[in-house]
Each structure stands twice: as structure tokens, then as C-alpha cells.
Ligand binder design. Structure first.
Ligand code: HEM
Length: 205
């Protein structure tokens, strides 16, 4: 589960880097060509299969762990005491459900539209105009709010997930843990901040 999580963590950085081209470059073709490359390159197609397998594995393991936890303690504590775990860790399954719901809507809106040709074309043969699709979506205030809310929950999920993945892999001691904690905060701020900037910049431009 942690290896799949770390793979998804890496995917998010790559996905963010490419999507930022929409707001960092005035020419939409720069993003369109990058997205086209990502969608057609043979090596990246293999990674796409690993990505979806990673998502599936991550979700299945999370469900198994959650059910095991519930079965281990079928009755709730009669008296709640302060837990050693952080709020982020206690809410992992809830933030996961929110992120998964976002992901399904996101894939229907972008990925499947691109795959099944419901996106405008560009002067370059085979290159879809995904940039215009993104620009049109983020003109809708409700859509912008929904995306930003999802990114905040994604941040809650990532901040604990990042640290937890290293802990599960045994990289957890007095010298490494503080570094991993700082890295997890840095990573989350970059990912949530970067993704949030996209709808905000498009909406207010
Ligand atoms: C402003 C933020 C985002 C924008 C503009 C965006 C845009 C896109 C677009 C245009 C595609 C289709 C690419 C193609 O098929 O060629 C896509 C695919 C995808 N997105 Fe996003 N995305 C955003 C955030 C996210 C987030 C936060 C996640 C994960 C939690 C995510 C997960 C995915 C996945 C799994 C795919 C399918 C795999 C792929 O094509 O790379 N996206 N996204």
C-alpha cells in the first residue's frame, strides 16, 4: 500500500508540472502538446497502466485495513481519551472517500473525454485541445469551488499518507522522522498550492 501511495505521490508532481503549463504559458499549444505526448508515448502508457493498478491496489488495501480495524474493535470505546494519532490519520478513510469521489468526476470530465474524442481538435493532427476544456471548466464558479475543496481534502490525505508510507517501509527513526515530517509538509503545500493556483488564476484572469 505504501509503495502504491509513493507512486501516486510522484504521479501528482508530474501531473501538476504539466497542468501548470496552462497558466504559465500564453500559448495553449504548449500544454496541448505536452498532454498529447503524455497520452501517446508508449513508455508513459505503461506507466499509466501501473498508475491505475496503483490506485486500485491502494484502495483495496485501504479497505482491507479499515475492515480489519473495525473487526478488531467492534464496539467503540465507552470513554474517549486523547489519541496518540493525529487528526489527519484518524480521518484518512474519510478524506480518501472524498478524494476518490473527486477523482471519478475528474476522470469523467477530462480523461475519458480526451480518450473518447469529445474534445476539440487543434491545427496539429491528433493533438486535442485539452487546454480550452480546462479554461472553460474553470470559468464556472461552482466548479472552481469544488476543485479547491477537493484539493484541501487531498492535502489532508497526503500530509499523513506521505509520512505513513515511509514509516511502513521502516524509514522511521529519530534522525529520519523529522526530515520526513518537514518533507511531507513541503510536498503537500507545493501540490495543494500548485493545483489550487490553476483554477484560481484561470477564473480571475
Ligand atoms: C487543476 C487541477 C487539475 C487539472 C487541470 C487536471 C487536468 C487533467 C487532464 C486534462 C487530464 C487528461 C489528460 C489526458 O488524458 O491526456 C487529467 C487526467 C488525470 N488526472 Fe488530472 N488534473 C488536475 C488535478 C488532478 C488531481 C488533484 C488528481 C489526483 C488526485 C488528478 C488525477 C488524474 C488522473 C489519475 C488522470 C488520468 C491519468 C492521466 O491522464 O495522466 N488530477 N487531468
Amino acid at each position: 500500500m505504501s509503495l502504491a501511495g509513493l507512486f501516486l505521490i510522484t504521479f501528482l508532481l508530474v501531473h501538476l508540472g504539466i497542468n501548470l503549463l496552462v497558466i504559465l504559458n500564453d500559448d495553449p499549444m504548449v500544454f496541448n502538446k505536452a498532454a498529447h505526448f503524455m497520452g501517446t508515448n508508449k513508455l508513459i502508457k505503461v506507466f499509466e497502466i501501473i498508475l491505475f493498478a496503483g490506485f486500485l491496489l491502494h484502495i483495496i488495501y485501504a479497505l482491507i485495513l479499515q475492515v480489519q480495524n473495525w473487526l478488531a474493535r467492534p464496539h467503540r470505546y465507552s470513554k474517549m481519551t486523547r489519541s496518540e494519532t493525529s487528526a489527519f490519520s484518524r480521518w484518512m478513510i474519510h478524506t480518501a472517500v472524498i478524494v476518490l469521489t473527486f477523482l471519478v468526476i475528474h476522470l469523467v470530465d477530462f480523461y475519458f473525454k480526451a480518450k473518447f474524442g469529445h474534445v476539440g481538435s487543434t491545427p496539429e493532427p491528433g493533438v486535442h485541445d485539452l487546454a480550452t476544456l480546462i479554461l472553460e471548466k474553470f470559468e464556472i464558479p461552482g466548479y472552481v469551488i469544488f476543485y479547491i475543496a477537493a484539493f484541501i481534502f487531498l492535502g489532508f490525505h497526503l500530509i499523513h499518507g506521505f509520512q505513513s508510507a515511509f514509516k511502513t517501509l521502516g524509514i522511521n527513526n529519530k534522525s529520519y522522522t523529522p526530515i520526513i515530517q518537514v518533507l511531507s509538509i513541503l510536498y503537500t503545500v507545493i501540490v495543494v498550492g500548485g493545483f489550487t493556483a490553476i483554477p484560481l488564476v484561470i477564473y480571475f484572469q
